[in-house]
Ligand binder design. Structure first.
Ligand code: GLU
Length: 308
């Protein structure tokens, strides 16, 4: 057996979407996932989630890699690019079709909005009213493929605690192949986490409501279900998640040591005061030696610190 085929006890990953520059909220997810892998001698992988081509901002992927390097992140192996993975997603879709777990759907958004009394999903969006579930209406062509949302999914989140999602009630039949010919995030993330051998998913709590769908897909495709830990999401003064839309400040405008120590503090790790003036390498050394997931606040949202 050679070193590169030894099984790793733990593999984590950071999977940013290149829809804008990294901000403090992205740093929290990157740092939490990296430290949870590194403090146990595990691998930490990077994947650029550019599957949603219309939302990709030109230059954003290169800027994300440069920002991570500036902050002292070191990922293992090659970066995975979702834009190059269409064949793997297509193969997974074929397996789901063969199993009868998905159905073609002709409905447009406007048609769905017009169905009377259609209920709302947990996230407030309109739940799929089931029109094409038992076959396409005569004369209609498939626009999307949807997964039959069935069963109740339970999992223990290492930070947010016991979770339960009734897929039919809380989500509804969901799209994994879109009308514009793109594979949806829910399918891509599951196929890629398995392909990269990810054992521990550490990410923002804004994705807690996606996890039930991802576990369903892992089960349907016979893939390993990783352990999940959802970190608190950083919010602005208005209580909104930091994002390009809420005009979050780009990380490149903040001194690396300041950003790293503020993110450690946000994650409940109490870095010593002098560390904010140290080099990133010294901060990483301290963080890997002292990281404790059980110190992360068990909350879904926390206001971001003011960073000068
Ligand atoms: N690409 C997703 C995002 O930037 C993260 C996906 C994940 O970590 O599963 O929100």
């Amino acid at each position: 057996m050679t070193a590169n085929v030894l099984p790793h006890s733990r593999t984590g990953r950071f999977a940013p979407s290149p829809s804008g520059p990294l901000h403090f909220g992205s740093l929290v997810a990157a740092l939490g996932s990296a430290l949870e892998a590194r403090c146990r001698g595990g691998r930490w992988l990077l994947r650029i989630e550019d599957v949603d081509a219309p939302r990709v901002v030109p230059g954003a992927s290169a800027a994300i890699l440069a920002t991570l390097e500036r902050l002292g992140f070191e990922w293992d192996g090659e970066v995975m690019w979702q834009s190059r993975r269409a064949a793997a997603y297509a193969a997974a879709l074929e397996r789901l079709k063969a199993g009868g777990y998905v159905f073609p759907c002709a409905c447009t958004r406007r048609e769905m909005a017009e169905v009377p009394d259609s209920a709302l999903a947990r996230d407030g969006s309109r739940r799929y009213p089931g029109v094409c579930r038992d076959g396409l209406p005569p004369g209609r062509a498939a626009r999307t493929w949807r997964v039959r949302a069935e069963g109740s999914i339970r999992f223990d989140d290492a930070i947010q605690g016991a979770q339960e999602e009734d897929l039919a009630r809380d989500v509804g039949d969901y799209v994994i192949f879109r009308a514009d010919g793109q594979f949806a995030y829910q399918l891509a993330v599951v196929v890629d986490d398995a392909a990269q051998g990810v054992t521990h998913v550490v990410r923002g709590a804004d994705l807690l409501g996606s996890t039930g769908r991802q576990i369903q897909l892992q089960r349907l495709l016979g893939l390993r279900v990783p352990a999940y830990a959802h970190l608190p999401v950083a919010t602005n003064a208005a209580g909104e998640k930091l994002s390009k839309q809420t005009l979050a400040r780009a990380l490149d405008d903040i001194a690396p040591a300041r950003a790293l120590t503020a993110a450690l503090d946000f994650l409940g790790q109490t870095p010593p005061a002098g560390l904010a003036d140290a080099e990133p390498a010294a901060i990483w050394q301290w963080a890997i030696a002292h990281w404790r997931l059980d110190r992360v606040p068990r909350r879904a949202h926390i206001p971001a610190p003011a960073l000068e």
